[in-house]
Design a protein. Structure first.
Length: 555
């Protein structure tokens, strides 16, 4: 058996950076020349003393592949291995070598098929977002799964550009976008997409130019259009928090605010909460949602999907189609109105009118804590005297999503896991837990159950504000720090002694459900609540935050 016949055939390589480094012999003028047709699917690479026949998957096992292997052997090339890769990696090899080949019309990769492959793969992996980022001649594709970015594959910069054109200019809803995609501008759009397994997704497309000139990145949010979403019980709230959600959503008036950064599960919670209300009240309640666009199907709700760029049905006062539909709900006899997001003065003004008109309202808001939603609403135009009226705000929930550890491969902190986290983090864990009794764990190496990621989903870590008259008095007088101190000491909705989202996260860490590293990445340093209890940071407490010292009097 010849050396070439015994050479191993590699599994498919999707990333250009995983290719061996070397000299491209098949480039024009190289030692192993090919015509344009063959360079479409093949490349010959020398790396050290080894030689590689690089084959695009579409041509793998073809007669041409075996003919090239024979020719390489006849040319005296030694230590030959065959590498199975993607069409884009083959093209990138020539482009990186300065030998990009001109392709004729109809010979390029089918962009529609490429888009379908990427979106279906992202959906299959449970990704919340797809990131496409150009890097010189190539583009990197990442999936965000369980809050963590994972590399998926490479593309040529040309194919990444074609994907942007096809998804935005061809498929995006005309009411959600401009006429055509321009990678040199900030662009947003929305489209529906059916994956290879028949699942329907709402895709939210956003792109912007990046350095150097001519570069761009695209972020695509995937939203599963399921008829029945998750229940509140499955999201990770405690029993006490579920009871507080029922209290906040009861009654016929007042505003319930769900706040947090992007990708913190606010829309999922809204969907689940409205489903819980509908299960309790059925067809006796009229629910209307105004969203930009509709993200999830909510049973029993009349959902209105409207893009703010839509040119028809413009509100002449605000210049926004969104507020046109939102104001229209006042005349549509709702018991409950859900607003996808309060993001500007126009939507805040209509929300204020809806609540003052005696409607129950659910909405999301971007803030960094629950209590400071008051300040955010004031900044976008809701009068302070209205915000601090008893009953105007029925309740506020701030939440973050933290990855859940796979219990089959997670490593106990005591018993090997301490070597997997930084020393400073370990010190902070010791400050907020009892390692002798708590079940603190860290991410392991992965196993078949978690697809070798070490994670099996995400869980909510949340904090709740149920405004009472004392809190509202502090707020109305402008005593923000006193209001926060009162909220922290009130203990309403407390978990294991703390009312903050961080306290909720530490409680789950002690149970071994989430890693201390992920809590610090997604919420904050483990010792932050200890230091900020009196809203004053002393020099001695800096060492506690940094993980190099211990708080005096704390065991």
């Amino acid at each position: 058996m010849s050396e070439i016949e015994s050479a191993p055939v590699k599994a498919i390589i999707d990333s250009y950076r995983d290719m061996p480094k070397g000299y491209l012999l098949s480039r024009p003028g190289g030692e192993f020349p090919m015509n344009d047709e063959w360079r479409e699917h093949f490349a010959v690479l020398r790396s050290g003393t080894a030689h590689y026949l690089v084959v695009a998957s579409s041509a793998f096992g073809s007669a041409q592949m075996f003919e090239l292997r024979r020719r390489m052997n006849a040319a005296g090339l030694e230590k030959i291995q065959i590498l199975n890769t993607s069409q884009d990696v083959v093209e990138l090899m020539y482009e990186e070598a300065g030998a990009g080949k001109a392709t004729r019309d109809g010979e390029r990769t089918d962009v529609e098929s490429l888009a379908a492959e990427i979106i279906s793969a992202a959906a299959a992996q449970g990704a919340s977002d797809i990131h496409i980022e150009t890097r010189d001649h190539r583009a990197n594709v990442f999936f965000r799964v369980n809050g963590t970015r994972r590399f998926y594959r490479d593309l040529t910069a040309g194919n990444a550009h074609s994907l942007g054109v096809v998804l935005y200019s061809v498929h995006a809803d005309a009411g959600s976008k401009e006429v055509s995609w321009d990678p040199n501008q900030v662009m947003d759009g929305a489209l529906e997409w059916v994956t290879s397994d028949g699942a329907t997704y709402q895709l939210r497309f956003s792109s912007a130019p990046i350095y150097p000139t001519g570069g761009f990145h695209i972020v695509i949010r995937l939203l599963a259009m399921e008829a029945k979403g998750l229940s509140l019980d499955a999201l990770g709230y405690s029993k006490e928090q579920l009871s507080m959600l029922d209290i906040m959503s009861s009654g016929s008036s007042g505003m319930l605010i769900l706040c947090g950064p992007t990708n913190s599960g606010k829309s999922t919670t809204l969907q689940a909460l409205m489903g819980r209300i509908y299960d309790r009240r059925g067809d006796t309640i009229k629910m209307i949602s105004v969203e930009d666009p509709v993200e999830y199907i909510i049973p029993g709700a009349c959902q209105i999907s409207v893009a703010r760029k839509r040119k028809t049905l413009i509100d002449h006062n605000s210049g926004s189609a969104f507020t046109t539909f939102l104001r229209g709900t006042l005349r549509q006899d709702p018991d409950l109105v859900m607003v996808g997001e309060i993001r500007d003065h126009d939507s805040a003004s209509v929300v204020k009118d809806l609540v003052l008109a005696g409607r129950k309202l659910l909405a999301t808001l971007h803030t960094y804590s629950a209590l400071w939603s008051y300040v955010r609403l004031r900044e976008i135009g809701v009068p302070w005297e209205v915000l601090t009226m008893p009953g105007f705000v029925a309740g506020i929930v701030y939440q973050r999503l933290v990855p859940l550890l796979c219990q089959d491969c997670a490593v106990p902190l005591v018993g090997g896991g301490s070597a997997r986290i930084p020393r400073e983090t370990l010190y902070r864990v010791q400050q907020v837990s009892d390692l002798a009794t708590d079940k603190v764990k860290v991410k392991g190496d992965g196993c078949p159950k978690c697809a070798h990621t070490g994670l099996i989903g995400r869980t909510v870590c949340a904090e709740f504000v149920l405004p009472d008259r004392v809190l509202l008095r502090h707020m109305s007088e402008g005593n923000f720090l006193e209001a926060e101190r009162y909220w922290r000491k009130s203990g309403v909705g407390a978990i294991d002694g703390g009312v903050t989202a961080l306290a909720h996260g530490i409680y789950k860490m002690r149970q071994g459900l989430v890693s201390p590293m992920d809590i610090e990445d997604q919420i904050g340093l483990l010792t932050s609540d200890m230091v900020l209890e009196d809203s004053i940071i002393s020099n001695s407490e800096i060492t506690v935050l940094s993980g190099t010292g211990k708080l005096s009097g704390y065991k």
